[in-house]
Write a protein that binds this ligand. Structure first.
Ligand SMILES: C[S@@+](CC[C@H](N)C(=O)[O-])C[C@H]1O[C@@H](n2cnc3c(N)ncnc32)[C@H](O)[C@@H]1O
Length: 352
């Protein structure tokens, strides 16, 4: 078998620098030396390992969940350039057979840019003959690695694999969510995606009858997601809420300052989408957590234009430091969701 030479990461267009910085930090911590190729606005980044065997041996130390800006992370070979137009299949199959014995499924992908999307017609046409030729390699069962071919052009591609329990479960790392007709804002998709990404035990973590506070709730897209799950919600915002939410009987609207409000009793969920300095939001969440005022929190950090990775790490540090001082066990993660723009979403779970 051949070791993958690279780590291919998909990210939001314009966030290549952040994605590159974090994979360098993560690989360095794991003792994997290499360099990064990141072209501005390409929506992907490649970490090239100087010694592929070391990458293969230490890959398990690189948890996908720990990355913030990567939508997907693939252990890859390539790029395979100059694929012959009359037979792209043979070199791709040879490379796939060298990396893993069997795969569960095949995903043909491109970067999330308008230019790359023009390749979609090509990949759609190529998929069927390629899948037929790869049949012997596919069918490895749901836990087997997924085979990814990431086309840069119709004759150049990276080829690699993801492990189902340590990667994003969607092609291109993008969950295709439909905006529900009755939701009061597009923002609703951010919380829906956050639940998909962070909530690993929905039956216990999102139960009907639970309680929540939504800070910066108007017009109500996040509250809508909570109400949909029959969670009693205190929605805090000076702005107006969609009247249909109030009619649900599950929502109390308070026109007050989200930085001053505190519930009289701990709630199950704190969600927060106020437009404010990230460190101010991080301190607020840390304050609530230090008092045990929630079990789970989802909060959005609007990022400044510069030093975005550093800013998220600073916010992480603020929360970690505070909770360490209080001796509060917890799980803290950040992810730039597909529905996030110049922002990332945090998730904090207090562990009893
Ligand atoms: C991005 S919007 C929230 C959208 C909402 N999550 C949704 O899905 O419809 C930000 C909201 O935060 C509110 N906000 C900003 N600062 C606030 C504060 N200090 N207290 C309460 N609400 C605040 C604004 O009034 C605004 O409605």
């Amino acid at each position: 078998m051949t070791s993958p030479s690279s780590i291919l990461l998909y990210c939001r267009r314009g966030f290549e620098k952040e994605c590159a910085a974090e994979i360098l930090v993560q690989t360095q911590a794991a003792g994997i030396s290499g360099h990064v190729r990141a072209k501005e606005n390409s929506a992907y980044v490649v970490f090239v390992a100087h010694e592929p065997e070391i990458l293969a041996n230490r890959a398990a130390r690189l948890r996908f969940d720990a990355l913030i800006f990567a939508r997907q992370r693939i252990f890859a070979s390539g790029p395979l350039a100059d694929l012959p137009v009359d037979d792209r299949i043979t070199p791709l199959l040879d490379t796939a057979a060298g990396l893993q014995r069997r795969y569960s499924t095949l995903w043909l992908e491109t970067a999330d840019t308008n230019e790359a999307k023009e390749l979609a017609a090509f990949t759609r046409k190529f998929e069927r003959p390629f899948a037929a030729a790869a049949a012997g390699l596919l069918g490895g069962g749901p836990q087997a690695p997924r085979l990814h071919v990431f086309f840069l052009t119709s004759t150049a591609a990276y080829l690699g694999y993801t492990l189902p329990d340590d990667s994003a479960p969607w092609p291109c790392g993008i969950p295709r969510l439909k905006l529900p007709r009755s939701a009061p804002s597009r923002s609703t998709l951010k919380l829906e995606e956050a639940f998909l990404v962070f909530v690993d035990r929905p039956e216990t973590m999102l139960r009907p009858g639970m309680s929540a506070v939504d800070l910066g709730a108007a017009p109500g897209g996040w509250t809508w997601q909570l109400v949909r799950r029959h969670i009693r919600t205190t929605a805090v915002d000076n702005g107006n809420l969609d009247p249909a939410l109030l009619d649900s009987g599950l929502v109390t609207h308070l026109r007050t300052d989200g930085f001053r409000f505190r519930p009289s009793r701990p709630v199950d969920w704190l969600v927060c989408d106020m437009v404010e300095q990230p460190s101010r939001i991080a301190r607020l969440v840390a304050d609530w957590a230090a008092d045990g005022a929630f079990r789970y929190a989802v909060f959005n950090l609007k990022l400044p234009m510069n030093r975005r990775y550093e800013e998220v790490e600073r916010c992480r540090g603020l929360i970690e430091e505070r909770l360490a001082a209080q001796g509060v066990s917890h799980r803290l993660r950040f992810r730039q969701l597909y529905h996030d723009r110049e922002e990332v979403t945090g998730f904090l779970e207090l562990v009893s």
